[in-house]
Design a protein around this ligand. Structure first.
Ligand code: SAH
Length: 250
């Protein structure tokens, strides 16, 4: 079944209704450290977790806590900050998008993250998915192809000391830090890059959108068992930007 919310990729109507209709508590700490804005964003985040994640099928308590904690509004362009907790992807420049919160949570939960896991992400984009993942694993290595996005993501991720960002083509994975317990790919290739399967630990989980056109992609969970056998499960239809293939592009 194709869930209605997965089809709701409309980027229009970004007016942040939640901001005006949510009770924005002007709570300040004794020293005034919590600004009304921070409190309103925290309220929006809690609501996002309740209505977009818990009300659907996200059950992993550590993933839900990470989604409650990471300030998504700091990862989107400033003029879209007030739409950051909407049930939608948002443009981040250079023709790229930050995924819908539900998709970020779903991919993270499918990977069954453990506190000591070493994780790889291909497609850093804004850095938001890496920040969420950093809350539930030991270390995140993340690769972004577009230099300007890699630079911005490096700034966004400065407070996350267990995340390492690299600019480059992620199709070959990151051999120096392999093998990985978890690999998340947030742009869609036509076929799963073999290097990513090679760099998965026995027992590891790879979550990746695959498809030749934007309209026909599926999110796959690929698992390598203790004996090194690889199995693949199709989870849901999705729409991601294509994974660039710089080596074969003219
Ligand atoms: N995870 C991101 C969203 C990513 S959008 C977030 O949380 O914001 C997909 C990203 O993959 C884009 O930034 C795009 O530039 C990047 N990308 C596409 N092809 C790539 C490649 N071959 N190697 C590394 N990054 C790539």
């Amino acid at each position: 079944m194709i869930h209605a919310w997965l089809k709701s990729w409309v980027l229009g109507g970004l007016a942040a209704a939640w901001f005006s209709d949510s009770a924005a508590p002007a709570a300040a700490g004794a020293n005034g450290a919590v600004s009304p804005d921070d409190a309103a964003y925290a309220a929006a985040r809690n609501r996002m977790v309740r209505e977009q994640l818990e009300a659907r099928d996200i059950r992993d308590a550590r993933v839900l806590e990470a989604m409650r904690h990471v300030p998504r509004h700091l990862f989107v362009p400033a003029d879209l900050a007030r739409a950051a907790y909407d049930d939608a992807p948002l443009p981040i420049g250079h023709g790229q998008t930050i995924s819908q919160p539900y998709i970020v949570a779903l991919m993270t939960a499918l990977a069954r993250p453990q506190p000591d896991d070493r994780a790889l992400e291909i497609g850093t984009g804004s850095g938001y998915q890496a920040a969420v993942l950093s809350q539930v694993v030991g270390h995140v290595y993340t690769i972004e192809y577009v230099p300007a996005l890699a630079a911005t993501a490096t700034q966004h991720l400065a407070p996350y000391t267990n995340v390492t960002v690299r600019q480059g083509d992620g199709q070959g994975g990151w051999p120096e830090h392999a093998p990985f317990d978890v690999i998340l790919v947030t742009a869609a290739p036509e076929e799963v890059p073999p290097a990513l399967i090679d760099q998965l630990k026995p027992g590891g989980r790879l979550v990746i959108p695959v498809g030749s056109t934007t309209d026909a992609q599926e999110l796959r969970l690929i698992e390598k068992d203790a004996q090194g056998q690889v199995s693949s499960t199709s989870v849901i239809p999705v729409r991601f930007v294509p994974l660039r293939r710089p080596a074969v592009m003219p």
